[in-house]
Structures are given as C-alpha cells and as structure tokens.
Design a protein around this ligand. Structure first.
Ligand code: SDX
Length: 429
C-alpha cells in the first residue's frame, strides 16, 4: 500500500506522507501542505480530518467495533468495574490489585467538596440545568487546588487531578440533584465503593440510607463503562483543544462538559426521553414521528438516532437495550416508553430514508430508560453521561500533554467576507 500521496496543484505534483495506524487506518499527513503549496484544506465538521494520533480507543464505524486500549468494549462491560475501566483508559493497562486499591482509595479521600463550594449551590437557580452547574463547579475546582494548575504537570500532579475529578464529579452531580429537589446534601461515605456512594449521595435521606440494589449498581456500572470514552468526539476534542493552550485539566474538562451539553451530542439522551414522552402522550403513533423526521421541511430529528462514525449499529446501543430490558424485568417495571422506543427503532430501521443514510440507534437511544427506572430525572441524564465520560476526557488530556509533538490547536480558515474598503462615516459625529 502506498506510503505517499500525490496532489497536483496548478500543474505541479506534490508528494505528502501517508500515516498508517495499528488498525490499518490511513491518513494523508498535510502538516507541510501550506508551507509547500500555500493551500490549506477545508473540512466542514472535520468529518474527514484527523486531529491527532491516539492509542486510547479504536472505533470502526462500518463494522460497529469499539475497543478500549485494544479490549472489545463488550468484554470490558462484562468483566470490569468502572474504576478498572477508568484506570485502563488513563494508564493503558488493566490495574493490578495494588494499583486498583491505590487508585480507588484516592477517590474515597477526595469524594467530599470544600465547604465553601457547597455555597455555590445556594446561588444557582433550583430550575437551572444541572450541566451549567456541573461545568461551573468542575472549573471552580481550580480555585481550591491551585497546586494542580501547573501548565506542564508531573505524572503525580495529573494523577491527583484525575482523582479529584473522578471522585468529585459524582458528589457535584448528587448535590446538584438534591438542590433541584430541595433536599439537603448527603455527604459521601468512606465505606462505599464508587457507584453505591453516588447512589447514597443521590437518594439517601439524613435519617434513612438508600437501600443499595446490586441490580441497579450493575446497570449503572455497564452504562458508565459504555460512556467512558469514544475517541475524538465533540467534547473530547474540546478537552484536547482547550488543553493544547496549556489550560489546566479542570478548565479543559469544564469546556468538555459544555460541549457534551449540546442536544446533538450528550444532551441527546434527555431529548430522547422527551421525544418518547411526547409520542406516548400523543397516542404512541411512531410512524408519524418517523415521517416527521424524514420531512425535509421539518427540522425534527429522531433523537438518539444517527452517528458521525457508526454507519452500522452502535455496539453500545445493543448492550444498553438489553440492559434496559433486563433491569426493568428484574425491577418489575413496565415502562411504555421502552415499548415505544423499540417500535420506533423497528419502524425506522425498515424505512428507506434511514437505511440509505445508515442511521441506527446510538448510545443515547436507550440509556434514559435505565436512568428513569433508577429514579434519576431526565435533566440529570447528560450529567450521568459526563460522569461516565470523565475517564476518557482525562485520558485524552493526559495523552495530549505527554505527546512531545503536541502544539496549540489553531485551525486556519478561508475568508469569504468583504475585500479591502476605505472607511466612510455612516453616522454624522
Ligand atoms: C453522541 O461522536 C461521538 O462519538 C458522539 C458520541 C460519544 O460517545 O461521544 O457517540 C455520543 O453524541 C451520539 C449522538 C447523539 N446525538 C443524537 O442522537 C442527535 C440526533 N442525531 C443527529 O443529529 C446526527 O445523526 C448526528 C449529530 C449524531 C450526526 O450528524 P452528522 O454526522 O453531521 O450527520 P448529518 O447531520 O449530516 O446527517 C446526514 C443525513 C442528513 O440528511 P440529508 O441532508 O442527507 O438528507 O442524515 C440525516 C440528516 O438530516 N439525519 C437524520 C438524523 N441524523 C442524521 N435524520 C433524522 N433523524 C436523525 N437523527
């Protein structure tokens, strides 16, 4: 296979190197294109542009493959804890028992919030969206840990920052939820593991601890693992781009939270449930909504469907669909929204519009069914996505910092505005 590409510009042939990855993905390296030709490339939405090389996660959109550091996500979801998965993504290998204990214990110590941070919640409107608070709180951690803001952090400083973020994201999420329902905060417990501690902070009352249900814990374990990383998605690319300016990890990941909030990205899981609720309220006619999604004059989209990379089933959606079905059966819950979701999927997957565009259910299509069954309100769904994605954001920030070739991200543009013109006053002065 060629290790060089040729491009002919104004009759002159230029050779550009071809980069080949370990999974035989190929890229034309255009790093020297502008210097040699004065031309740049233009790629709306970066659908054809690689921002970096990475060893963290591999996706094959055509085959519906997702692997974390080489391990198929199906096997990780079956055998690992979320903390083991976080360690694997951040450090590249599954942890030994000693490494896992050290990593996990670092969370236990860091789970609480500084008392002054708890005051932040007093000033935020009860009806405010939790993602706005999460982003603000994550960035504000930089004010409480100034020793972790080194623009060129050591391994130990990155390890300590990662522990703060992975541990505290749960606490911030739980406090945000408690504030939204007018309940007092429940502090983390040192004797509870990652997910049980989160559920405790979410749902215990001051005089009655939430009864930890292993079925619920396992469903959340699978969900958090499946959300843990997804290579250069919008929010992870945001984290890398902000970090490329040598902004600290807190600030970079706070920006990632904001990117994830968008309804086209992580915000879709809330939109899916709202769409299913509307279909249910309007009598459950799924075909009407499939037709609306196809209507070129309507900007309605089937939320939870389609993906920039997957042109086959999102492997995560398959696992989540089964997890939702199993959980509802074990909890003895019949949620009509799950029936509607399955009918909507069936109707869309046999419709030429969706088949032609290779639109399949993505990670957000069924996840809300599980969160809803656990008692997590839909406004918190994207916060749950952020808890899951925290290890991926940290792993990519760390990989970018450790890459000696990393540079500040500064894309070019093609200017299409007014050409040079002299100033003519418009208003009399
Ligand atoms: C996530 O990148 C990641 O990895 C993200 C993520 C992760 O783990 O980080 O996987 C998480 O963000 C999943 C996606 C969640 N978003 C949604 O479910 C929102 C609904 N989906 C879409 O808006 C859309 O599919 C995107 C945003 C996901 C992808 O958009 P693209 O790749 O830019 O595709 P496009 O908008 O150009 O659509 C191509 C065609 C268009 O039709 P035509 O102009 O060719 O006629 O497909 C149509 C679109 O109108 N289309 C849809 C559709 N998604 C695309 N039509 C109806 N319903 C949809 N959901």
């Amino acid at each position: 296979m060629a290790d060089k590409a040729q491009i002919i510009i104004e009759g002159k042939t230029y050779e550009l190197p071809v980069i080949v990855g370990t999974e035989n993905e190929r890229a034309v390296d255009i790093s020297k294109l502008r210097a040699e030709t004065s031309y740049i490339t233009l790629d709306n939405g970066f659908g054809n542009t690689g921002a970096c090389t990475s060893a963290i996660t591999f996706l094959d959109g055509e085959l519906g493959i997702l692997r974390y550091r080489g391990f198929p996500v199906e096997q990780i979801a079956e055998h690992c804890t979320f903390i083991e998965t976080a360690y694997l993504l951040i450090y590249g290998e599954l942890p030994t028992q000693t490494q896992l204990d050290d990593f996990s214990n670092s969370f236990t110590k860091q789970a609480g919030l500084h008392k002054d941070m708890l005051n932040f919640f007093d000033g935020y409107p009860k009806s405010g969206h939790p993602m706005g608070l999460l982003s603000a709180m994550v960035c504000s951690l930089s004010g409480y840990y100034p020793e972790l803001l080194n623009p060129e952090p050591s391994q130990d400083e990155m390890k300590r920052t990662a522990a703060q973020l992975l541990s505290k994201v749960r606490t911030i999420a739980a406090c945000t939820y408690r504030k939204s329902v007018g309940q007092t905060f429940v502090p983390p417990r040192e004797d509870l593991k990652y997910i049980p501690n989160f559920l405790h902070m979410m749902f215990s009352s001051p005089n009655k601890d939430y009864k930890i249900d292993d079925t619920v814990v396992d469903a959340l374990r699978v969900l958090l693992i499946l959300h843990a990383d997804h290579e250069q998605n919008c929010s992870t690319s945001t984290v890398r781009l902000v970090g490329s300016s040598w902004a600290n990890m807190f600030a970079s990941i706070s920006a990632g939270v904001c990117a994830l909030w968008g309804p086209l990205h992580g915000g879709a899981n809330q939109e899916v449930i709202e769409m299913l609720e509307e279909i249910h309220k309007n009598g459950g006619n799924v075909q009407q909504y499939v037709d609306k999604a196809k209507d070129p004059n309507s900007n309605f989209r089937l939320m939870g469907f389609g993906h920039r990379v997957y042109k086959n089933f999102d492997p995560r959606a398959k696992i989540i669909k089964k997890c939702a079905d199993d959980l509802l059966n074990k909890m003895g819950i019949h949620d009509p929204l799950l029936d509607i979701a399955m009918q909507l999927e069936a109707a869309a997957l046999k419709d030429e519009y969706f088949i032609k565009r290779k639109l399949y259910p993505n990670v957000d299509f069924y996840s809300g069914i599980i969160y809803k069954a656990i008692g997590i309100p839909k406004e918190m769904f994207t916060v749950m996505f952020a808890i899951g994605r925290m290890p991926g954001w940290i792993a990519h920030w760390k990989e970018m910092k450790e890459n000696p070739n990393s540079k500040i991200c500064r894309p070019r543009q093609i200017y299409v505005g007014k050409t040079k013109r002299d100033f003519v006053p418009v208003t009399s002065r």
